[in-house]
Design a protein around this ligand. Structure first.
Ligand code: HEC
Ligand code: HEC
Length: 404
């Protein structure tokens, strides 16, 4: 891959730098307390937690104040799927992040516990620990603990609907779950009162850091343990070619361009406008879904979003920040045209191909029907069936056998 052709990267220095400064860089191996057993080159233990990662995957960044442990991951899994954690007891994280859909929800845009619509498409959580910023377009959200306060306490829209007023009730509901006292004690040993929002957030974040997806057929092919068809290989080569340009933004082990890991000192955090809209002929995106500009107030940030990881992308339809692209074939048609044209009379009509803020890496791309089908065939090799059915990530309330 040609590193020199990577897109010019805007560094977001303000909020991001301030947020990053607050998070001490971790020393994963040091945290291991002597338990840093090397299983293979990148398997490292932290406490009783072992990262067993292939060589292609760096160790994740873990905040020093929330080291991994098996007990925390186990508790976090229960809490992630526990509807009692929402204000009205109706919705869990797992209701919008379904394992079988790589932790997306299959909807165009999400719906919160009280029925409010979210303007955005629910994101997948595969390898979420390695994302440099979180959500579709917010450079200020740089760790999972911080991000989680949005679904828990956010009011526009309401997702889980926690408030200061209902929090005591919610915490009491959790105390009343017979499994939890032992699990909280194991996850937060020595704490007189472990029943805090901070601990709930730490446990769920630890569970999310355990969501590793690196065993798709593509990965096995890379290791020499599987084959790809001729069409899939043509698609892979096109994906990584200067003709299709995909790899500039969907690059590396996670097929995205915002990666942070244990060794990262200053993560790159580019956002891109891919020409999906142009509602006023001057580049505007519709409604309240404007992208990075909402956070930065910089005009040229209109319509810029984070490039999503493409892992498991075959099961995460519909696509884009607002779920407005139904299929992978449609995604490819938009890229080949250099943006999306929405005809007059349809919602959000306009010629996204002419969006002045569109990335230079999305010109009209010469892709014929076969090329597009080949790229889609390649994208389908990124589905990690083991991840989608891994019992360690599944809803523990679904089976009696999962009781600790
Ligand atoms: C109402 C549905 C809904 C619920 C409930 C919900 N989420 Fe989300 N989640 C979303 C949507 C929508 C986004 C994208 C948000 C955005 O871009 O503004 C998202 C984004 C995320 C992200 C960012 C992923 C990335 O790649 O950057 C994480 C992490 C996340 N959610 C975790 C959680 C956790 C943990 C909970 C429970 C505490 C939760 N979510 C509850 C809908 C939901
Ligand atoms: C300039 C950077 C850039 C390039 C080049 C690029 N993408 Fe993207 N891609 C993005 C961004 C940003 C999004 C999200 C756009 C949005 O939601 O507004 C995206 C979204 C996607 C999605 C939808 C994923 C999801 O979960 O919603 C797919 C699939 C995809 N791109 C595949 C490709 C392919 C295939 C190519 C090459 C033909 C390509 N991309 C080229 C930046 C890029």
């Amino acid at each position: 891959m040609n590193a020199a052709r990577r897109p010019a990267i805007r560094r977001y220095t303000g909020v991001l730098a301030a947020a990053a400064a607050g998070i001490a860089t971790l020393a994963l191996v040091a945290c291991g307390g002597g338990g840093g057993t090397q299983v293979d080159d990148t398997s490292v233990s932290q406490g009783d937690w072992t990262w067993a990662l292939p060589l292609s995957m760096p160790l994740p960044k873990v905040p020093v104040n929330n080291p991994m442990s098996k007990a925390k991951v186990a508790l976090g899994r229960f809490l992630f799927y526990d509807r009692r954690l929402s204000g009205n007891g109706q919705q869990s994280c797992g209701d919008c992040h379904l394992q079988s859909l790589a932790f997306t929800d299959g909807r165009a845009t999400a719906i919160g516990s009280t029925g409010e619509s979210h303007p955005r498409n629910a994101q997948g959580l595969a390898n979420v620990a390695w994302n440099a910023t979180l959500t579709w377009a917010n450079p200020a959200l740089t760790d999972l603990e911080q991000q989680m306060l949005v679904p828990l306490f956010g009011t526009s829209p309401v997702e889980m609907g926690l408030t200061n007023a209902n929090l005591p009730t919610v915490l009491q509901r959790l105390r009343d779950e017979p499994r939890y006292p032992a699990m909280f004690a194991a996850a937060f040993p020595g704490e007189a009162d472990p029943w805090t929002v901070g601990n709930i957030v730490r446990a769920i974040a630890s569970f999310q850091r355990s969501l590793v997806s690196i065993d798709s057929r593509y990965d096995r092919w890379e290791r020499g343990a599987a084959t790809l068809t001729a069409a899939e290989l043509r698609g892979l080569n096109l994906f990584n070619s200067e003709r299709a340009e995909c790899f500039h933004c969907h690059v590396g082990f996670n097929f995205n361009d915002q990666v942070v890991h244990a060794g990262t000192t200053q993560p790159r955090t580019p956002f891109h406008n891919t020409g999906l809209y142009n509602v006023d002929g001057l580049g505007a995106y519709p409604g309240d879904n404007l992208g990075l500009i909402t956070m930065t107030a910089v005009a040229s940030d209109m319509g810029k979003f984070r490039a999503p990881s493409l892992r498991n992308v075959a099961v995460t339809a519909p696509y884009a920040h607002d779920g407005s692209v139904a299929t992978l074939e449609d995604v490819l048609d938009n890229y080949a045209a250099g943006g999306r044209f929405i005809a007059a009379g349809q919602p959000h009509a306009g010629d996204g191909r002419l969006n002045p803020y569109k990335s230079d890496l999305i010109p009209v791309i010469q892709l014929n029907a076969q090329d597009k089908a080949d790229i889609v065939a390649f994208l389908r090799t990124l589905t990690d069936e083991a991840f989608l059915s891994n019992p360690d990530h599944a809803n523990p309330f679904d089976s009696a056998a999962s009781a600790p």
